[in-house]
Design a binder for this molecule. Structure first.
Ligand code: 5GP
Ligand code: MN
Length: 338
């Protein structure tokens, strides 16, 4: 954040505001961790703040301190709507265009509040009076730490906040292994541990809460994996029928897409997941190296994200989506084999 933005934030927070904090739809560890950390920070500054999530999120994220205060827009519609309508200041975290909030999109467009964006995805929209956008950042959680630092308040980071921020950095960096993990990321992490982040406990709460049915669903996904050596690509399909057979719950498929990349020589991994209720195929793309899955998702599947991790969707059947995907690969053969 440059000094003009820091001053603008100082000014906005120097008076009482009605604040709403919003993560993207289907929030992940970074989205929930960052919104909660910011919520604690603002509350401790004496501000009135509410988090509105566009929809529900996995159980393995629901232990974070302050979680019970998050309003799920789908469940607490009236309360969430009035909070947004009355807001004077809205923070949007871990996304950069209203389309990422699903049903909230028209409501955010109509809101009278001023916006502050904190985000690390590509191509930010320009709805905010303060846009803190940096695609080189590991996570929005690392940016929330920076945001607090810019305001000179790192001593006010409580153990609750440290646990939330740690969680988002850990989940968005694949436990500190992605290229976005810098020495600075580790310095932030070290400070968070000093401030009370329980690193081993957080890891267990996020990654070691499998149910037998989720492991069986993983088995099904791995059996369905198609490996295309010519394109150094592996993809997985999961139909609604398969999800139902293994008693699918939100979050159960988290991380499945990464298994493709663990194959030697595979640099592009994809998962296609049928969602009958929404009538779409939800897609996750991952890559290793220079192949930009952000561009690929943007161009062909109405999505986006980061260079090595992105998402998108398709409105045709699971089979048609997979066939279309495979037909695209010939055009990328050189890039994939570079
Ligand atoms: P995931 O595959 O884990 O859902 O998402 C990977 C990354 O891509 C995340 O940073 C997420 O925010 C982004 N992403 C996922 N789905 C979409 C989408 O439909 N549109 C855009 N623009 N980004 C997405
Ligand atoms: Mn993120």
């Amino acid at each position: 954040m440059d000094s003009a933005n820091i001053q603008a934030v100082e000014k906005l927070l120097s008076v009482p505001q009605k604040i709403v904090i919003i993560p993207h739809k289907n929030p992940d560890g970074d989205a929930i961790g960052s919104t909660l950390a910011l919520w604690h920070y603002l509350k401790n500054r004496g501000q009135n703040a509410t988090i509105v999530s566009p929809n529900d999120y996995p159980k393995f994220l629901k232990w974070m301190p302050g979680n019970e205060r998050i309003l799920n827009f789908e469940a607490k519609n009236t309360q969430a709507l009035s909070a947004i309508k009355e807001a004077t200041l809205i923070f949007t975290l871990d996304f950069n265009h209203f389309g990422r909030t699903g049903q909230l999109e028209p409501i955010l467009e109509a809101a009278k509040a001023q916006y502050i964006m904190i985000d690390h995805h590509q191509a930010p929209s320009d709805y905010a009076v303060v846009t803190y956008s940096d695609v080189l950042m590991s996570s929005t959680c690392e940016m929330v730490y920076n945001f607090i630092e810019y305001l000179g308040d790192t001593d006010t980071i409580t153990s609750e906040m440290a646990n939330c921020i740690y969680t988002g950095i850990m989940t968005d960096t694949g436990s500190f292994k992605f290229q976005s993990t810098t020495s600075r990321t580790h310095q932030v992490i070290a400070d968070l541990i000093d401030k009370g982040a329980k690193n081993t406990e957080i890891h267990n709460r996020i990654y070691d809460t499998n149910s037998p049915s989720r492991l069986h669903l993983l088995g099904c996904a791995l059996k369905n994996m198609v490996i295309l050596d010519t394109y150094q690509t592996a993809y997985i399909t999961l139909s609604q029928e398969e999800l139902d057979a293994y008693n699918y719950k939100k979050g159960d498929t988290e991380g499945f897409v990464n298994y493709g990349l663990t194959l030697e020589g595979i640099r592009f991994a994809v998962i296609f997941i049928e969602n009958k209720e929404e009538g779409i195929i939800k897609i996750s793309f991952r890559s290793e190296g220079d192949f930009s899955v952000n561009q690929f998702a943007r161009k062909h599947f109405n999505g986006g994200g980061h260079d090595n991790a992105s998402g998108g969707r398709s409105d045709v059947s699971l089979e048609e989506t997979a066939t279309y995907f495979v037909s695209l690969l010939e055009n990328y053969k050189d890039k994939l084999n570079a």
